[in-house]
Design a protein around this ligand. Structure first.
Ligand code: MG
Length: 380
């Protein structure tokens, strides 16, 4: 049977989810404890095939779940209703213009469109994005618990699972605490790769001295030490240390990447579907970085396995992302994920699923169970 991509989208559903997490996590820009919130979008085509996408928001970083829900319900999803699946790229172009910012909401739309088209066509999302360049992606897990003893216990579990990369979240509880943790990690886990992420936590007066100390531990890279808007300071810090400096909050989409390259603020970039506003724009960020001789890392927000699947499918088709990914929350941070099968991680690597669309189904019972608010819109 030939895939019918001329069929139209006839309805959409939205869930604002609140999902329990297993511990507190402190980052330079804010803390997370108790629950995380995401918005899930489901598009339905004429033949009943459905595609899912996630908007994973963090109010201090990208935006709020309330804004994503409103952007999808009022502005973005109505653009997709009644339109045939062949016009997915046109829908994304319209979504970019109908509401400013709201990159997570736009990411949810493109994820759901690609999942839907892939399921109708019988192709995985990575095939729609150019083919599979990496079927397995090295996994990094972030250490951010204010109780370092709890993180050490997590690290024992990670080692048993074959995880070989950790990212230490720094710049929250003082420079001494950061150095003590690095000393302990280097002493007891000499063979593990370490990255350090400040999430903008350092001020301009202290940043250079802190980074010089941290650089003596030879992390793979140091990520976003200062405020997102501080491009000139990022450039000076990059010149002050001989460890690669990564930009995260400073670079959302291709437009920011262009400026980051022009101003020489970083040696690499954390690429996120949620920041870029979709999978194809995330690919563009990585490809621009590669063209400028910079490295790229597969970052994420506080996502469920659904958000991770979008990122994994994108990275599979993007060889420019060579520093692995951090899609750990579904396995190691959420009390319960929303996928019908566990997000696939084997021996410290994310295994990109080979099936149609995103490759794994969403458990609708869990959507209902964790929903704060559900909206169902049928096509008129
Ligand atoms: Mg980061």
């Amino acid at each position: 049977m030939t895939a019918d991509l001329s069929q139209r989208i006839v309805g959409f559903d939205l869930w604002h989810l609140e999902l329990p997490v297993v511990s507190r996590r402190d980052h330079g820009i804010g803390s997370v404890a108790g629950t995380v919130e995401v918005v899930v979008l489901r598009l339905t085509a004429e033949d009943g095939t459905q595609g899912y996408g996630e908007a994973a928001c963090w109010s201090v970083f990208t935006g709020s779940p309330e804004a994503s829900l409103a952007a999808l319900d009022r502005y973005i999803c109505p653009l997709a209703l009644h339109r045939p699946l062949v016009e997915a790229a046109g829908m994304m172009e319209a979504a970019a213009r109908v509401v400013a910012h709201c990159t997570e909401a736009k990411a949810a739309l493109e994820t759901a469109l690609l999942d839907l088209v892939g399921r109708v066509a019988g192709l995985p999302v990575w095939a729609l994005l150019g083919g599979c360049a990496q079927a397995e992606i090295p996994l990094s897990v972030s250490l951010a618990d204010p109780d370092f003893g709890a993180d050490l216990a997590l690290l024992d579990r990670l080692r048993a699972d074959g995880v070989g990369i950790v990212k230490l979240k720094a710049g929250v509880a003082g420079h001494r605490f950061d150095l003590e943790r690095l000393e302990r990690l280097r002493r007891d886990h000499a063979d593990i790769a370490i990255r350090v992420d400040y999430n903008q936590g350092l001020g301009p007066a202290e940043a250079a001295a802190c980074l010089r100390d941290v650089a003596t531990f030879r992390p793979d890279f140091i990520e976003q030490p200062v405020a997102a808007s501080q491009f000139a300071l990022m450039r000076r810090l990059r010149e002050a240390i001989d460890v690669p400096l990564l930009a995260d909050e400073s670079v959302f989409g291709p437009e920011d990447m262009l400026r980051a390259i022009a101003e020489g603020i970083c040696d690499g970039v954390s690429v996120k579907v949620m920041k870029a506003g979709g999978l194809r724009r995330a690919q563009s960020v990585a490809q621009m970085a590669a063209a400028a001789g910079l490295s790229a890392y597969g970052g994420d927000m506080f996502e469920t396995g659904l958000g991770h699947l979008a990122g994994a499918q994108m990275i599979a088709a993007t060889p420019a992302i060579g520093l692995g990914c951090e899609f750990y929350q579904a396995r190691y941070y959420l009390a319960e994920d929303i996928l019908a099968q566990p997000f696939p991680i084997r021996e410290g690597r994310v295994v990109v699923p080979p099936g149609p669309g995103l490759g794994i189904a969403v458990d609708t019972d869990r959507l209902a169970r964790f929903s704060r608010r559900t909206l169902t819109r049928e096509a008129a």
